[in-house]
Design a protein around this ligand. Structure first.
Ligand code: PBG
Length: 325
């Protein structure tokens, strides 16, 4: 005879479900990625990401202020230069007057320390070939020459007021190299959210439109193979040894197993990035009436938290923070 054990008792009312929920989702857990574009006269909606905009400097300030008021944990800025300002070295990324550095300065003066201001530290938005680094004569991404560019970019972003840098280019040694450059320039207080386990994902598709990427081909010589799990743990260990303040797994939903393993071993906070394609899939299905939009969004975010993310980067951060508070 089995005892009559009934797990459904703990599911019987909203109040008891709330009492026993293992995972919580709070506004502070959410970080809003934002795009600021040079040469726009008004915000431009990204066709493949309905509801997400390339901002002007003014609309960026307004939207970031609103997100912070809604309680998000931080904002992550991406810059979109004018096509004519792109070159092989991604010069606009290190120019103090480049679109991203200008926007950082403006947001830092607007928001001060009231939020955590993050910046994407990567060249792909700024290079005319669209790769995350500079190329050798034969067209391969040159790891060590790219590190020099990242170091300059990091210092420019720290000088522009970023609190936390997000090196997302998957070059070997980038965290240690950037750390040394920041320290050398006196920016010991500026931290790094390392994109440690970043996979070469087809789900980045809409982001390429969001930043007007010039990439032809793929990033498989530097981003990870979706087939690999152990490799992520190696990447995390290396980034920690190089001084990462936080680590990230990206994308989120197709890599929840990796996220769980990283969270189990990481001594520092773990972030996960619910990327453009994840946003677009839920949005498109909801627009077709195939899923309940708001419920699907919350479920996706709780799942990412449950898998171990302390912090979730999501294009719904401001909306969901508003709903939760
Ligand atoms: C690279 C970068 C990418 C994303 C964030 N940083 C694109 C890529 O690696 O191709 C993708 C984010 C998203 O898809 O939402 N700077």
């Amino acid at each position: 005879m089995f005892p009559d054990i009934r797990p459904r008792r703990l599911r019987s009312t909203p109040a008891i479900r709330r009492l026993v929920a293992e995972t919580s989702l709070e506004p502070r857990h959410l970080v809003l990625p934002m795009f600021v574009a040079d040469g726009l006269s008004e915000p431009r909606e990204i066709a493949s990401m309905p509801g997400v905009y390339q901002h002007t400097a003014d609309s960026l300030r307004a939207a970031a202020t609103e997100a912070v008021a809604a309680g998000v944990g931080g904002v992550m800025l991406f810059g979109v230069p004018r096509p004519e300002d792109k070159d092989a070295a991604g010069t606009a990324a290190t120019d103090p007057d480049g679109v991203l550095n200008r926007a950082l300065r403006s947001l830092r003066s607007e928001l001060g320390d009231s939020t955590v201001l993050m910046a994407d530290t990567c060249l792909d938005e700024f290079t005319d070939h669209g790769h995350c680094g500079v190329l050798t004569d034969s067209g391969v991404v040159d790891n060590d020459a790219t590190l020099e560019r990242y170091a300059e970019m990091a210092v420019a972003q720290a000088e522009a007021g970023a609190h936390l840098l997000g090196p997302s280019g998957m070059m070997d040694g980038q965290i240690g190299f950037i750390r040394a450059a920041l320290d050398e320039a006196g920016h010991t207080e500026v931290g790094q959210l390392a994109y440690s386990a970043k996979y070469a994902s087809a789900f980045y598709g809409p982001f390429r439109e969001a930043v007007g990427s010039s990439l032809e081909g793929d990033r498989r010589t530097y981003q990870q193979d979706p087939a690999n799990r152990r490799e992520s743990l190696h990447e995390v260990d290396l980034d920690l040894a190089e001084g990462a303040d936080m680590v990230m797994v990206k994308p989120a939903m197709s890599y929840l197993d990796v996220l769980r393993e990283v969270a189990d071993r990481s001594p520092v906070p773990v972030a996960a990035y619910q990327i453009s394609g994840e946003y677009s899939m839920i949005t498109a299905a909801a627009q077709n009436g195939w899923i309940d939009r708001d419920a699907a969004i919350l479920e996706s975010l709780v799942a990412i938290r449950r898998a171990g993310a302390d912090i979730v980067l999501t294009y719904w951060a401001a909306e969901v923070a508003g709903r939760l508070s």
